[in-house]
Design a protein. Sequence first.
Length: 105
Amino acid sequence: MNQLRVNDITVGMVCAADILNKNGQLLIPANTSIEEKHLRLLKAWGFTELPIISSSEPAANQSTTATPPSTESLECRFRHNTPSLLAVIEMKKILGSGKFLRGEM
């Protein structure tokens, strides 16, 4: 994983981590292949660097399976919600299990 300047990122590179705006909203999920629209979005939000895995060409050591977000990441995503709400609790369970990412829902 490399930290690259947004101006050095090219279409087809793969984002290594979830990219959140200053309000905690997900802009680009981890393991997303960067497109031109993502570069425009990053520049509009004022990002200067981005964690990058590699280009879109297959790599022997690059995992293709989506991994569930960490508890810390989930707490960050839901920090503006009331944690005791049943809907929030259920969404955290679903996202934390990884079933949603694997298409098992």
